[in-house]
Design a protein around this ligand. Structure first.
Ligand code: PY5
Length: 347
């Protein structure tokens, strides 16, 4: 699969796709010094709707802060640039959007000098991530990176070397994707997706302390499930518990909600997508297309340049009061209490 469109937005300019190039000595190419986002847009009633655009840009700035990467544009300006790029590329099909802030200086030194980063946005048509509906997954022999080395909380380019080791191993062994365990052997996430299990009608997902990316689809599913009366629990999940779950699914912007039918060749329940997963897939499909009135604040219209529910503010920095709205309050407080537990001296 190669992707393509007419224009790429680079540091404030619209550049023709074949001319959107960088030098081979670019720091980010050698050292992975960049942070990025994956965002989707869906066609709906002659319009194109971008899903949780502001939340993705907020996470981008959060990741940039962790690596001290500067950006000459505000989150609001990047949102506006994304909408204009989608219009210029005349995209009418399901699309994927890739903003990236990266260290663009040409040097071998490992530090990132102030003002030496660039920002670009690509937007192109992209259908499903997985060819198959319902996945055969395996537990990776590679462990997930963790907060003490390269924090998974940041969506940093370099982190993906870990995902790529896991995904390549899974593919070469005939699986669709890998599930990584964290340094303690607990379930963390997929190579590019968060993971949920269903037990007795309740949703369970690993907490932020299990080395996960705080996924925006994860937060969406948790909110929507709770609003629909499904109980959601964030807690550690063991490898064996995965095998014995009623249902297992991945969530991610690119993957959307994807059922996992087997893990390490063990069938999950009857080997078909379960009722909770199917219900969430159905709801998610409506929400991203602006068909669920309760969640229209999550979609931004490309035609009208605004959220269906409230106008887009263009002058925020991405670090405003709601800059962590992509992480639920419950996730943050679980994260904080787990951290306290970990750092408290053992009696
Ligand atoms: N975990 C990892 C390691 C991810 O890369 C992703 C997203 C997620 C979880 C899910 O996060 P979100 O729901 O916010 O998308 N992965 C990218 C994506 O666009 C890249 C996949 C190829 O889905």
């Amino acid at each position: 699969m190669t992707v393509q469109a007419d224009y790429v937005w680079m540091d404030g300019r619209f550049v023709k796709w074949p001319e959107a190039k960088i030098h081979v000595m670019t720091h980010a190419l050698h050292y992975g010094t960049g942070v990025f986002e994956g965002i989707r847009a869906y066609p709906s009633d002659g319009d194109l709707l971008v899903f949780r655009l502001r939340d993705h840009m907020a996470r981008l700035f959060n990741s940039a802060t962790i690596y001290q990467l500067s950006c000459d544009f505000t989150a609001g300006e990047l949102c506006d640039a994304t909408l204009e790029l989608l219009r210029r590329n005349k995209i009418q099909a399901t699309a994927y959007i890739r903003p990236i802030i990266y260290s663009s200086h040409l040097d071998v030194r490992l530090d990132i000098p102030k003002g030496s980063s660039s920002v670009a946005i690509c937007a192109f048509p992209m259908k499903k991530l997985f060819e198959r509906a319902g996945l055969n997954a395996c537990i990776s022999s590679w462990r997930r990176i963790d907060d003490s080395s390269t924090p998974p909380l940041a969506k940093a380019c370099g982190n993906y070397i870990n995902s790529i080791l896991a995904k390549s191993e899974a593919s070469s062994n005939g699986f669709d994707d890998a599930i990584l365990l964290d340094r303690n052997g607990l379930v963390s996430e997929g190579s590019g997706e968060n993971i949920f299990i269903v037990r007795s009608g309740k949703l369970v997902t690993p907490p932020l302390t299990c080395s996960i990316l705080p996924g925006i689809t994860r937060e969406t599913v948790m909110t929507v499930a709770q609003d629909s009366g499904i109980r959601v629990e964030e807690r550690a999940v063991s490898r064996a518990e995965l095998y014995a779950s009623d249902e297992v699914f991945f969530t991610g912007t690119a993957a959307e909600i994807e059922p996992i039918l087997t893990i390490d060749r063990r069938m999950i329940s009857d080997g078909k997508a379960g009722p909770v997963t199917r219900k969430l897939i159905d709801l998610y499909g409506k929400i991203v297309r602006g068909k669920e009135p309760r969640y229209t604040h999550w979609v931004t219209s490309v035609c009208n340049n605004a959220s269906l529910a409230r106008p887009l503010e263009t002058k925020d920095t991405g670090r405003g009061k709601d800059h962590t709205s992509f992480i639920s309050n419950a996730s943050w407080s679980n994260f904080e209490s787990d951290l306290l537990r970990e750092t408290r001296p053992q009696s």
